[in-house]
Design a protein around this ligand. Structure first.
Ligand SMILES: Nc1ncnc2c1ncn2[C@@H]1O[C@H](COP(=O)(O)OP(=O)(O)OP(=O)(O)O)[C@@H](O)[C@H]1O
Ligand SMILES: [Mg+2]
Length: 333
């Protein structure tokens, strides 16, 4: 497929990979998203060679599928080809300029592998890298210039990391990544809570699905059907899902508070807090979760903290869409 695409925004996360582009010169931004997961067949078939890998949502169903990224970066050299295979299924048009939304992790080897995978998949090496937190703010505000003109604080709530970024007039002054609290951790907490109250096992996929459909605003119940000795049985759960989410909110608030007061220059902090705090990453899709963070943060800091985030459950797409906007605006040049 040949497409007339000159700019691409890309985010390759531990769990979700998203490309943003305008197809064939249309005004509308389109996104192509996939789970960052691949399953290779162990068998080779006569006349067919090796079976093509299973990628994304289909691959997630296999226990032995590979997730080549960890903490937002490619863990090992063999992860480079795995990531290329995943990116190829997004049919990224070749030869376009790319802005890659990069995680805050310090590991330069892992980031370097990620850049190599993206360049190879896109068959082009005009690529610029911006922090995910910065890209997300561009999507939320629809203002690429904000990167150059403003001081802001951005929080990215991912699957394996929680990342904070403070940017002042075009310079990222503070960047940190925390792996002690993340979307994955909540999945495991839900799984453990269900095991404790129901006495049976559910899958991690089921725990994640309930988490993604939960609300911190209204009570929702979920049916779980663990396999018991007598066969599948129905149970109803609710607090087993929302309690770990409330604990998550508290931990995120603690992380934000600590970073703001220990590691960010006080003048910069006050300037950044004149704006809403920008919240992105898949966990911000959960109903009323960003608002809960604002509420708890306001109570703890004894001042009103406002938050801004993407609508329509697009928070996991925000870094890619913002990266596309930066690419089109040529902010890096
Ligand atoms: N509607 C949703 N869509 C996608 N992810 C969601 C949604 N609701 C909640 N989440 C959660 O958000 C997390 C994924 O967020 P995101 O895509 O930003 O992470 P990532 O970039 O892949 O991971 P990391 O930043 O740790 O490398 C997962 O824990 C996922 O369960
Ligand atoms: Mg991420």
């Amino acid at each position: 497929m040949t497409e007339n695409v000159n700019h691409i925004g890309l985010k390759v996360g531990s769990q979700n990979t998203v490309a943003a582009l305008r197809e064939n010169g249309t005004d509308e931004i389109k996104t192509r998203a996939i789970k960052t997961c691949v399953k290779y067949s162990s068998k080779t078939f006569k006349n067919l060679g090796t079976r093509p890998p299973t990628i994304g949502d289909e691959a997630v169903k296999y226990a032995d599928a590979v997730w080549p990224l960890s903490f937002g970066i490619i863990k090992s050299d063999e992860g480079i080809q795995q990531t290329i295979d995943i990116l190829k299924t997004l049919e990224i048009p070749t030869g376009a300029d790319i802005v890659l939304a990069s995680p805050a992790m310090e590991m330069t080897d892992g980031k370097d592998r990620l850049s190599r995978a993206v360049k190879q998949a896109a068959e082009f090496d005009r690529m610029w890298v911006f922090s995910e937190g910065v890209c997300s703010v561009v999507e939320i505000t629809c203002k690429p210039d904000i990167v150059r003109d403003s001081t802001f604080f951005s929080v990215n709530l991912g699957s394996s990391t929680t990342e904070l970024c403070c940017s002042a007039e075009g310079v990222v002054k503070h960047l940190s990544a925390h792996s002690d609290m993340s979307g994955n951790r909540v999945d495991h907490d839900i799984l453990n809570r269900v095991r404790k109250s129901v006495g049976e096992e559910i899958t991690i996929q089921k725990a994640r699905e309930m988490k993604e459909n939960a609300s911190l605003g209204k009570v929702r119940t979920f049916q779980v059907q663990p396999l018991t000795e007598e066969g599948y049985r129905d149970f109803e759960v609710s607090a087993e899902v929302t309690d770990p989410l409330h604990e998550y909110v508290l931990s995120i608030v603690n992380i934000i508070q600590k970073e703001l007061y220990r590691n960010v220059d006080p003048i910069m902090r006050e300037t950044a807090l004149e704006q809403p705090m920008f919240i992105s990453g898949g966990m911000a899709n959960i109903d009323r979760l960003p608002e809960s963070i604002a509420q708890v943060l306001s109570e703890k800091m004894h001042r009103e903290i406002k938050v801004a985030h993407s609508g329509d459950k697009k928070s996991h797409m925000a870094p890619a869409i913002g990266a596309l906007m930066l690419c089109e605006a040529g902010i890096f040049e």
